[in-house]
Ligand binder design. Structure first.
Ligand SMILES: [Zn+2]
Ligand SMILES: [Zn+2]
Length: 258
C-alpha cells in the first residue's frame, strides 16, 4: 500500500513539474540570468542525491510511525470522535500549521538556518528551486514529521495525500509563472502564490524572515508574518553570497562552513 502511494506521489510530482516548467517558459515573471538547462541539471542532481538519502529515515522512521498509527488509535485524532473525512480535514490543517512553525524555526534557529540557507542561496527562483534542499534539512524534517505523525495520529492515506498536495503547492509557488494582478490577489487570500513566495526569497531580510507558510496563507496572517516586498526587492533573490547558485560540492559543504 505504502509503495503504491509513494509511486503515485512521484508520478504526480514529475507530471506537475513538467506542466509548470512549460508554463513558466511562456508566462515568466522574471528573465533568467542563468541558462535554464544548467539550473535544471544542477537541481536534478541534488534531487537524486536527496531521494537516495531520504529513503533511510522514510524506511526506519516515517513508515514504521505510519504503520503504528494505522494499527492503533493513538494520537490526537484517535481521541476525537470524527468520521474519516473529519479526520482528514483536521489532520491536514494541523500538518500545515506545524509545517509553518517548522519553516519559521528554520529561519530563527541558527543551527537549522545553516541547512535551510542552501535553499535560499539560489539567486533565481523557478520551479527547479523546489528541488533545492540540503539533505541535512530533509533528515531533520523527517524526525519532525515522525513526531507529528505520532502526536496527531495521522492515517497513512491522509499523510500521503497531504504530501502530494504540499509538493504540488511547493512547485507552484517556486515557479516563475506570471499571474495576473487580479488572480494573484484572489489566490493569495487562500494559498501561497509565486509572487507571495518570491517575497520570502528576497535578499531583503524583512520580507525573507516572513511569509513562511507552505500552503494556507492564513498562518502568516494569524501570526503576523505576512510581509509584502516591493517590486524592486523581488528583483534580487538569494543571500549576500552570490557564488553558490550552482555547484554540488559547494552547496553540500555550505552548512558546515563556519
Ligand atoms: Zn525559507
Ligand atoms: Zn522557497
Amino acid at each position: 500500500m505504502i509503495e503504491i502511494l509513494s509511486n503515485i506521489k512521484l508520478m504526480f510530482f514529475v507530471l506537475f513539474f513538467i506542466i509548470l516548467f512549460i508554463i513558466e517558459s511562456y508566462y515568466s515573471e522574471r528573465t533568467w540570468g542563468t541558462k535554464r538547462f544548467f539550473r535544471l541539471l544542477f537541481h536534478f542532481k541534488l534531487a537524486v542525491i536527496n531521494t537516495l538519502i531520504i529513503r533511510i529515515p522514510t524506511i526506519f522512521l516515517i513508515i514504521p510511525a505510519l504503520m503504528l498509527m494505522s494499527e492503533n488509535n493513538y494520537g490526537l485524532l484517535g481521541m476525537l470522535d470524527l468520521s474519516f473525512l473529519g479526520q482528514a480535514f483536521v489532520g491536514m490543517i494541523l500538518l500545515d500549521l506545524a509545517y509553518y512553525w517548522w519553516h519559521r524555526l528554520n529561519h530563527t534557529n541558527s543551527f537549522l538556518w545553516r541547512f535551510h540557507s542552501v535553499h535560499h542561496l539560489d539567486t533565481h527562483l523557478d520551479v527547479t528551486t523546489s528541488l533545492r534542499f540540503h539533505f541535512g534539512e530533509l533528515l531533520l524534517s523527517s524526525i519532525y514529521k515522525t513526531i507529528l505523525i505520532l502526536a496527531i495520529g495521522m492515517p497513512i492515506s491522509v499523510f500521503i495525500f497531504y504530501e502530494i498536495l504540499l509538493s504540488a503547492c511547493n512547485q507552484f509557488h517556486h515557479s516563475n509563472i506570471k499571474l495576473s494582478q487580479n488572480s494573484n490577489k484572489i489566490l493569495k487570500r487562500f494559498i501561497v502564490t509565486p509572487e507571495y513566495h518570491a517575497n520570502h526569497h528576497t535578499l531583503e531580510k524583512l520580507s525573507r524572515d516572513a511569509n513562511y507558510t507552505s500552503i494556507l496563507t492564513i498562518w502568516d496572517m494569524i501570526f503576523f508574518t505576512y510581509k509584502d516586498a516591493t517590486k524592486e526587492d523581488r528583483k534580487v533573490m538569494g543571500l549576500d553570497d552570490r557564488s553558490k547558485e550552482l555547484g554540488i560540492i559547494q552547496n553540500i559543504k555550505h552548512p558546515f562552513n563556519t
